[in-house]
Design a protein around this ligand. Structure first.
Ligand code: SF4
Length: 297
């Protein structure tokens, strides 16, 4: 007999995509699970979708401290209470970027900027947007806690990594790994009916996974490490540093979940495409095609 818990198990065992069709009995059955069981199930899903041992390292900076006009009743940054927190003005962009650079050198991949505002003025947000763009240019993820934002202010912050936008398409950039070319970018194109991500030349990177995140089409480069010429030590090292192997691409595609993977910039080195397919298939079971000149996907 099928119970709500059976169907939760079915869902957990098969789904790689978020579900939006939970029934009330299923939600209730989840809610009623013992905490340790919940953690166990969450771990299973996490392991199927992410590197189980990856821990994101983040650093937080107070870019404007104290003197907040709000009274949240617990916060030492509120101007309503006498605390030892010294109120400061909004930091300069250069000081923020320098702090982010040091955090990156120390191993942080994400940088959070916190400001003690009830709600920022537009001119203050201009400066925060500049900070967000500059920190992103270092190759770091950014986040911010700035008090209450208007929808327009939130959209401006979101667009701080924006390349261009018109009535048809929105283009955003993500940093990829192709040293010594730095910065090197992948691009995401969002139109009304389609989202496309182009990796550019890159070693495997989480940035492509985040940029795609279930996009319609992911175009990604690849090289074939089995190719004759790539058996030479020099080329082996070169390609492994700057490009993505089929196994690495399979892993990226599995995590990025494109509806269609289009494999381009293929360095096959005299091996048939079928060899590439075999290697990608070990990691990725989704739809994919080899790019063709003037192909439409
Ligand atoms: S709005 Fe933020 S900074 Fe201001 S008092 Fe509340 S928690 Fe503190």
């Amino acid at each position: 007999m099928s119970t709500p818990l059976n169907s939760i198990d079915d869902g957990i065992n098969t789904f790689d995509q978020p579900r939006h069709d939970w029934t009330r009995p299923e939600a209730q059955a989840l809610y009623d699970l013992p905490f340790a069981d919940l953690i166990f199930r969450a771990q299973g899903i996490h392991r199927r979708n992410f590197d189980p041992n990856h821990v994101e390292t983040a650093s937080l900076l107070s870019i404007k401290t104290g003197g907040c006009p709000e009274d949240c009743g617990y916060c030492s940054q509120s101007a309503h209470y006498k605390t030892d927190v010294k109120a400061t003005r909004l930091m300069d962009r250069s000081a923020v970027v320098e702090t982010a650079r040091r955090a990156k050198d120390a191993g942080a991949s994400r940088f959070c900027m916190a400001a003690a505002w009830r709600n920022p003025k537009d001119k203050d947000l201009d400066r925060v947007c500049e900070m967000v763009s500059a920190v992103k240019d270092l190759g770091m993820e950014t986040c911010a806690t700035l008090g209450m934002l208007t929808p327009a202010q939130a959209a401006r912050l979101h667009d701080a990594g924006l390349v261009m936008q018109d009535e048809n398409v929105r283009v955003t950039a993500a940093l990829v790994q192709h040293p010594p070319v730095a910065p090197a970018f992948a691009y995401r194109f969002d139109a009304a009916d389609r989202s496309i991500v182009i990796s550019g030349d890159t070693a495997p990177t989480d940035e492509v996974v985040k940029a795609c995140d279930g996009c319609d089409v992911l175009l990604h480069e690849v090289f074939n490490p089995h190719g004759d010429e790539l058996k030479e030590e020099h080329w082996k090292e070169y390609f492994a540093t700057f490009h993505s192997s089929p196994a690495e691409l399979g892993e990226i595609a599995r995590r990025a979940r494109p509806k269609l993977l289009v494999v381009y910039h293929q360095v096959l080195e005299k091996l048939p495409e079928a060899d590439l397919v075999k290697q990608i298939r070990k990691e990725y079971s989704g739809d994919w095609v080899s790019a063709r000149d003037l192909g439409v996907y």
